[in-house]
Design a protein around this ligand. Structure first.
Ligand SMILES: [Zn+2]
Length: 465
């Protein structure tokens, strides 16, 4: 039985779907006005791993991720660049899709966009007005009335009175209650707009997700996900809108990932420490980002530093090395030892499943994989041949696939290769001069570059990995 930590109830719960074997999962996507960064990558990878694991456990996952292509930030950026806002957002959608595919994130079942959902958004708002959960203000805005929902604040655990006391709220005369939020915003001069019963305007941010959920997945869904920065107000407001509209429970489970931190700090424009996905991938393999995500609890902050990235590289090297085929020409292990290796891998697979069943505990799942790695290494040292290693390697590959790790063998640039050859040359000279310490040091240096060398009769050979 899979158990999931539900933000709504603040506890782990058995995962029971609305329909047998089908998971309806909606994850809030990005607002497309700039290059996506590693924080976006983290969220995409968390939900990709969850989806892959649910599929591994036999579920058919309908995974919807929206694109916010109509928003103040997009309009401002488009104005600054003198570009049409929808053309700008289409450009960034294409970029982000490329980022996700580079990161080996499975494409969502559908990627709805605000600009293409307008009739339904308007219909949704009209429905809320009919149910007296929303009202049209004289200035052409439409607001959701937070006091119309008895349990407003249940996801974030806030009460309307406390929110008012604590927050600095801009007093807008058009609002009946200061916490009411916009469903529809009247267009300012020169802004992109759509026609509506309330005049020219565009939707607020929260309503799009409620409308897209309804359009793509129906009135009720199994999992709603996103970063924990979306709990309030975005997800709180989504619940209020959707439940006011349908009268039914909106999402059974609410899953929120922690935030990525550069060093010990929040990534932000003002700190100037934003790392784009593209810049990251120019330096590191996509598996490194995924390994960083898997190495911690998805709910905890992800500490992004050179050190944590190097550690992730090392973990990947261990997995890659264990998956390399054994030699056919070796004498082989005893039959008992070979079958013990296979049973050990099968037991580790069970531990992997138990760990992932427990709220997708990926650090524990990785620990199970390293048990298999250890077994393979010991067997290799004991003279296991290719056929004896293979059953354990097949299990290891199956499980790394579940996590979405590619584990492709490394290849270097020609500049790297020249450097490798120079170091090997230097090492051969050191050996000739019987400078063994120096020779070992150079071997270690090569190893750190991801190079394995073998000294044979014909000289030294080397390969990546
Ligand atoms: Zn959303």
């Amino acid at each position: 039985m899979i158990r999931i930590y539900n933000t709504l109830t603040r506890k782990k719960e058995d995962f029971v779907t609305l329909e047998p074997n089908i998971v309806k999962m909606y994850v809030c996507g990005v607002t497309v006005y700039n290059d996506a960064h590693v924080g976006h990558a983290m969220s995409a990878l968390v939900f990709d791993v969850i989806r892959r694991y649910l599929e591994y456990r036999g579920y058919n996952v309908k995974h919807v991720m929206n694109y916010t292509d109509v928003d103040d930030k997009i309009i401002n950026r488009a104005n600054a660049l003198g570009e049409d806002p929808l053309a700008l957002s289409q450009r960034y959608i294409a970029d982000y899709n490329k980022n996700l595919s580079d990161l080996n994130v499975l494409p969502a079942t559908s990627n709805p966009q605000v600009s293409k959902t307008m009739p339904l958004i308007i219909e949704f708002i009209q429905g809320l007005i009919r149910k007296e959960a929303a009202y049209a203000a004289p200035n052409g805005d439409v607001y959701f009335s937070v006091t119309s929902e008895e349990d407003y604040g249940k996801l974030s655990g806030r009460k309307i009175e406390d929110m008012q006391a604590g927050a600095r709220i801009e007093v807008e005369e058009a609002k009946v209650h200061p916490m009411d939020f916009a469903l529809w915003k009247a267009a300012k001069p020169g802004e992109i707009f759509w026609e509506s019963p309330w005049g020219k305007g565009r939707p607020g941010w929260h309503i799009e997700c409620s409308a897209m959920n309804l359009a793509e997945l129906g009135e009720q869904i199994d999992i709603h996900g996103g970063g924990n920065d979306l709990i309030f107000p975005h997800h709180e407001n989504e619940i209020a809108q959707s439940e006011a509209y349908t009268g039914k429970e909106f999402s059974r489970y609410w899953i929120h990932n922690g935030m990525l931190q550069i060093g010990g700090e929040k990534m932000s424009k003002s700190l100037g420490n934003i790392v784009s996905i593209q810049d990251f991938l120019a330096k590191r393999d996509a598996d490194v980002m995924r390994m960083l995500v898997l190495s911690g609890s998805y709910r905890a902050p992800l500490i992004f530093t050179d050190e944590t990235q190097d550690a992730a590289e090392k973990s990947l090297d261990r997995l890659r090395a264990a998956l390399r085929a054994g030699r056919a020409d070796l004498g082989g292990l005893s039959l008992e030892a070979a079958s013990a290796l296979t049973s050990q891998a099968e037991a580790a697979k069970q531990s992997f499943i138990e760990a992932m069943d427990d709220d997708f505990n990926s650090p524990l799942a990785l620990a199970a994989l390293y048990e298999i790695v250890k077994g393979i290494n010991t067997a290799r040292d004991g003279g296991a041949n290719a056929a004896q290693l293979q059953p354990a390697q097949t299990i290891l590959r199956e499980l790394t696939d579940v996590l979405g790790l590619r584990l492709a063998e490394k290849t270097g640039s020609s500049a790297d290769e020249a450097r490798v050859l120079a170091l090997i040359e230097e090492r051969n000279q050191a050996r000739k001069d019987k400078q063994w310490a120096r020779s070992d040091q150079l071997r270690d240096q090569l190893k750190e570059m991801g190079v394995t060398i073998e000294d044979g009769k014909g000289g030294t050979t080397w390969r990546w990995g």
